[in-house]
Design a protein around this ligand. Structure first.
Ligand code: LMR
Length: 340
């Protein structure tokens, strides 16, 4: 079945973001007093992103004392999926690390290439792309949307959960699945016969508990820390897609910092991201053990034949991207994966 991507939905400027913008300008470094750098994210502190943000905060404190004050706001406490990028553009927060999937709807659809099912077989492979010229070119694309990209961070491979195991294509029929707002992810679920429902991360557990949706996908550390096991008793280790992040800032805020502080923050972030990637691999392994030992979740490992069945059913999604406006990006990503 052929798939066509709908045009990105225009994003409404929320009232909350507009109000926040009214008080945002003092956040620009003025040369007087300490600089406050609010780092907002949507996941729990004990995840790759949560730990990386806290490590960055500690490194900046070590190197700059109180002169540069990083404040970390986890769990969508400050901004959530619906308004965080808008809040960044308006100067109501200085740093975010949205999942790569969330930049498509923010006007940078090139990032949706990362959502393609079965493009990567392990998170470490993604670094061949993000640490090379393709990764740098993608970060530069963000500038058109008044966002400055500073680096990439892994979480891990995504798996699927529901009230039943999801091994064969027929198992997906009729599921209502919570997804991130990515057209590639939506096409993926439709190809499997399920209905994607875009919901903010912070609302996912409640929506699963109340039956608004009855399936979802995420890496293991998010399954564990969001307590999804109690509402999704069957976890299938499909490893069908990748979830990672881009750390971004407001370009006006960044330009208002002295060069020495830009360098200090860039160095601290580079160290925090390297450590964050090591934690991502570790937390992925630990989360699987914790899910198996501490929750009642049943973990299913699809056979090679079942995996192939899913892969075949999802081939149309890759073809859709190959033929669409992001086709060249996909070629470049594949070339980076093959390069020695
Ligand atoms: C999701 O919305 O499912 C995840 O991207 C959340 C995150 O930031 O890991």
């Amino acid at each position: 079945m052929p798939f066509a991507l709908p045009p990105p939905a225009p994003r409404a400027v929320t009232r909350r973001a507009l109000l926040a913008a009214a008080v945002a300008l003092p956040a620009l470094a003025s040369g007087r007093g300490p600089v406050r750098l609010r780092f907002s994210h949507v996941v729990a502190p004990d995840t790759p992103k949560g730990r990386m943000a806290l490590h960055f905060q500690a490194l900046v404190h070590e190197r700059a004392g109180d002169r540069l004050r990083v404040e970390v706001h986890p769990d969508s406490q400050l901004w959530g999926d619906d308004d965080e990028i808008e809040a960044l553009r308006l100067g109501a927060v200085e740093m975010l690390a949205p999942s790569l999937s969330k930049f498509g709807m923010a006007g940078v659809p090139e990032f949706e290439v990362f959502d393609l099912p079965y493009l990567f077989s392990e998170a470490a492979q993604v670094r061949r792309v993000t640490e090379g010229p393709v990764g740098q070119a993608l970060l530069r694309r963000l500038e058109r949307q008044q966002v400055l990209g500073l680096g990439f961070l892994d979480n891990g491979l995504k798996h699927m959960s529901a009230q039943r195991p999801l091994r064969r294509v027929a198992d997906f029929a009729g599921l209502r699945v919570r997804v991130q707002a990515s057209r590639v992810i939506e096409a993926q679920w439709r190809a499997l016969g399920a209905q994607p429902v875009v919901l903010p991360f912070a609302e996912t557990r409640r929506a699963l508990a109340s039956g608004v949706v009855n399936a979802t996908e995420n890496p293991l550390s998010n399954f564990l820390t969001q307590g999804l096991a109690s509402v999704q008793p069957q976890l299938t280790l499909t490893g069908h897609g990748y979830l990672g992040y881009a750390v971004v800032t407001n370009p006006r805020f960044w330009a208002s910092l002295p060069m020495a502080d830009q360098r200090l923050l860039t160095d601290a972030l580079r160290a925090a991201l390297a450590q964050g990637n090591r934690w991502a691999a570790e937390l992925d392994r630990d989360a699987l053990l914790a899910l198996q030992r501490q929750t009642g979740v049943a973990v299913h490992q699809p056979s090679e034949a079942e995996r192939d069945g899913l892969r075949r059913a999802l081939r149309g999604v890759s073809q859709m991207v190959e033929r669409g406006p992001q086709g060249q990006w996909l070629k470049d990503v594949r070339a980076a994966l093959l390069a020695k």
